[in-house]
Structures are given as C-alpha cells and as structure tokens.
Design a protein around this ligand. Structure first.
Ligand SMILES: CC(C)(COP(=O)(O)OP(=O)(O)OC[C@H]1O[C@@H](n2cnc3c(N)ncnc32)[C@H](O)[C@@H]1OP(=O)(O)O)[C@@H](O)C(=O)NCCC(=O)NCCS
Length: 144
C-alpha cells in the first residue's frame, strides 16, 4: 500500500469508496447519483493540498482522508473533513495509516491543533481515540 497526495483523477474512485463506506452501518446513506463525486470535488477544490489517498499495489484506491487547513487566532489548524476506507479492506490498518500520514504531513507544516466531528458511534469514537483525539466537553454539534 502507498499513501500519497490526492489528485483530480482520484475523485471518481474516491467517490465510489465514499458511497460504499457510508452505505454501511452506522451511516446507511444512499447517495443520489453524482452527489458523492460532487461533494468530494467541492472539498478537493479547497483542501486538495491536504488530501491523501491510500492505493493498493495495483493502483486501486482503498481509502482517502481530506483535511481542511486554515489559520486561526494563534496559528494554523486542521479539520478532518472526511475519511473513508473501502469496506472490503476495513480492519487492515488503512484508516490508521491514512491518519498517521496526515498527522505527519500537517505536523511538518507546524499544525498541532486538529479537530473533527464524528457520529456518536462507539467504534468510530474508539477509532479516533486510538489516534489521540479526545471527546471535548467544551463543544457540542448542533443541527437545524
Ligand atoms: C472509520 C474507518 C475510516 C476506519 O478504517 P479502517 O481502515 O477499517 O481502520 P483501521 O483498520 O485502521 O482501524 C479499525 C478500527 O476502526 C474502528 N471502526 C469504526 N468503524 C468501523 C467499521 N465500520 N469497520 C471497521 N472498523 C471500524 C474500530 O475502532 C476498528 O478497530 P478494531 O479493528 O480494533 O475493531 C472505516 O471504518 C470507514 O471508512 N468507515 C465509514 C466511513 C466513516 O465512518 N468515516 C468517518 C466518519 S466520522
């Protein structure tokens, strides 16, 4: 497996991974045709420099992670906008490897503060806690 920066040609295979990964529990999303690619294309337009793909030896896209880097009050910060791994290769450490790669790249840019929002699902929370994230008691997500 190789992890590298995402390029425009990756958007279609990444959107297929997105649809497959979020089509399963706990998300169970059904994407309207074209929406997944449109969603990723928009993210890629402003996060391309900090978006990474994991590809197999045959060049097949296995997963991806997209970070949004910006400058906040006292320095740069990153938000994990999206991460998804093809369900056929879950539990093989690809998600962890993508996050470790992203962490390294972003740390090299001087980014130490990172945040993300996550569905209240114990396995997902566990996944991020293993990467050093902690549940905040200072912020909550709100929807309308
Ligand atoms: C979360 C996700 C990226 C993990 O990818 P992965 O390559 O399977 O991750 P790793 O092999 O490095 O680690 C596996 C860990 O992920 C966590 N996990 C959470 N949801 C999972 C799922 N649906 N399948 C497998 N692992 C999952 C578990 O903690 C698991 O640990 P375990 O193997 O001890 O049970 C992947 O499950 C996925 O794409 N899920 C759907 C999309 C998603 O939920 N993205 C995050 C939105 S907040």
């Amino acid at each position: 497996m190789n992890i590298r920066q995402m390029v425009h040609e990756d958007l279609k295979p990444c959107s297929q991974v997105l649809e497959k990964a979020f089509g399963q529990a706990p998300h169970n999303e059904t994407f309207v045709l074209g929406n997944a690619e449109q969603y990723l294309t928009k993210k890629f337009s402003y996060c391309g420099e900090s978006s990474y793909v994991a590809e197999g030896e045959d060049g097949k896209i296995l997963g991806f992670a997209i970070y949004n880097v910006s400058v906040w009050a006292n320095g740069p910060q990153a938000i994990l906008e999206e991460i998804a791994v093809d369900p056929e290769v879950h539990h093989m450490g690809i998600g962890r490897a993508l996050m470790e790669f992203g962490n390294k790249q972003l740390n090299d840019l001087g980014i130490e503060a990172m945040m993300l929002w996550v569905r209240k699902d114990p396995r997902l929370i566990d996944f991020y806690q293993k990467q050093g994230f902690q549940v905040s008691d200072e912020y909550i997500a709100m929807f309308k």
